[in-house]
Design a protein around this ligand. Structure first.
Ligand code: 4AD
Ligand code: MG
Length: 440
């Protein structure tokens, strides 16, 4: 095939618009069936998979032999006529007229991932290749849709995106999960646990802001819900309270689910996701106070006592009979981060809320109202044993036009795991970072 070939190059996804025309598609060999005088190389190009039909009698002998012996994941370019084929996956096939093998994978060192069952460790070690599989591809497509949906929601609701730093001088979510980094001249900094403190500054400048980036937690526990590096979207609103957090959090979730259902049906099918579970997510979400949640848990046999934080099992117990998220508010101040505003009538509980997803996906959103009073904030910083000097700039926000304000964080990977119906969060990000995994 000559490089100056005038045949239009299209993607698999676009092929349907070219029925009856000769086009060129570039990709990789996903699978190959053959039967004597005919072979069916399936080409994937990231936009889809199309079955090509190569007929021996219609092609130069050498070319037919090359195609017939093509190895899995070899890269190649085909030229041929698009034909509608209702029985084919995707609805079209390509009748091969010409092809060029770009790189043939050697039989001596074949593509390591085969249709046979590989263990999860093997697949995680080959994550850089595993991403080409249909399932992983579908998950990344859903992730992309979720991220785009989140951005569209905030962008069309008056929020300005302001990025926050990754090197930070102080803890936001407690000192036990900080990753310390050697900075210059003996200075220590930490990888950010949350952009929230900076959002509080930017929301005083912009009214409503959000940040969206990677966050880090030195989580020593090995669970199916925790990564050490994950992506979080965090809105922050000036002149706002706990109720605003519930309203916006619910709207955001409904908007993002709507987008996934609207645009990613195919992928959800590949993932064998029961979409009726997602379609059932409607407003209003369930609401419950921490106090009532403790009572409910005790009724279900949990050992929880008032004052304790909920673990994964508790969260699952609380939502097992629910078809939509549960918002639990007013947790004990003592189990929450230093910045939570205590309830006016009951300072032992904080004006915070967690959104617990159904089907055992756990907490997807955490947030609430922040302390806006300088003296109370100073007291909390001291009680939590945090160094005042690292928070000087943050304290300024309480001196110069302090207002009630509120916000939250939603973990992208937890949300995607829920959308896709995945057992484990590790498949929701291309290259997961966990307690025992930093490669590839
Ligand atoms: O509840 P978290 O810790 O809240 C904060 O960081 C606040 N500063 C956010 C804010 O108000 N601006 O985390 C928020 C969300 C959780 O609900 C969860 O979805 C996700 O971040 N998350 C994790 N996701 C994956 N792995 C981890 N280790 C996570 N820790 C939290
Ligand atoms: Mg939380």
């Amino acid at each position: 095939m000559s490089p100056e070939s005038s045949t239009p190059r299209v993607t698999v996804a676009e092929a349907g618009r070219h029925v009856g025309e000769t086009v060129e598609i570039a990709g990789w060999l996903y699978n190959l069936r053959r039967s004597g005088k005919i072979c069916f190389p399936q080409l994937r190009d990231g936009s889809g998979i199309i079955q090509c039909v190569a007929v021996k009698s219609a092609l130069p002998e050498e070319l037919f032999e090359k195609l017939k012996d093509l190895t899995q994941e070899s890269s190649f370019i085909v030229r041929g006529k698009v034909r509608a084929e209702p029985r084919a996956h995707g609805g079209y096939e390509l009748d091969v007229e010409d092809a060029e093998i770009v790189q043939r994978v050697s039989e001596a060192d074949p593509y390591p991932i085969t249709p046979k069952d590989h263990g999860i460790d093997f697949l995680m070690d080959h994550r850089h290749l595993w991403l080409r599989s249909r399932r992983q591809h579908a998950i990344l497509k859903v992730r992309h849709e979720v991220i785009k949906g989140i951005r569209d929601y905030f962008d069309s609701n008056g929020f300005t995106l302001v990025d926050t730093p990754i090197f930070t001088p102080a803890a936001c979510e407690g000192t036990t999960t900080l990753f310390e980094v050697d900075y210059f001249e003996d200075e220590k900094v930490y990888l950010t646990q949350s952009g929230q403190l900076y959002n509080e500054a930017t929301s005083a400048a912009m009214g409503k802001t959000y940040c969206f980036g990677p966050t880090f937690r030195a989580e020593k526990s090995k669970t199916r819900r925790h990564l050490t590096e994950f992506w979080m979207v965090e809105p922050e609103m000036s002149y706002a309270n706990l109720e605003d957090v519930k309203r916006v959090g619910q709207e955001l979730i409904l908007f993002a689910i709507g987008r996934v259902l609207e645009h990613r049906r195919e992928e959800l099918k590949v993932l064998e996701r029961d979409v009726s579970k997602l379609e059932a997510i409607q407003a209003p979400f369930h609401r419950m106070s921490y106090d009532d949640a403790v009572v409910k848990l005790k009724g279900k046999g949990s050992e929880i006592e008032w004052g304790g934080d909920f673990g994964n099992t508790d969260e699952t117990l609380l939502t097992e009979d629910l078809d939509r998220p549960l918002m639990i508010d007013r947790y004990p101040t003592a189990v929450k981060a230093f910045y939570f505003q205590p309830a006016e009538d009951r300072p032992e509980v904080a004006l915070g809320v967690d959104f617990i997803a159904p089907e055992g996906y756990g907490e997807v959103i955490g947030g609430g109202q922040r302390i806006h009073d300088l003296d109370l904030l100073l007291k909390r910083i001291d009680e939590h044993g945090l160094p005042r000097e690292a928070f000087n700039w943050y304290l300024d926000l309480r001196k110069y036009g302090s207002v009630p304000h509120a916000g939250f964080g939603m973990g992208v990977e937890r949300f995607v795991a829920w959308m896709c119906g995945l057992e484990h969060i590790r498949e929701t990000i291309a290259f997961p970072r966990m307690l025992y995994r930093t490669r590839p």
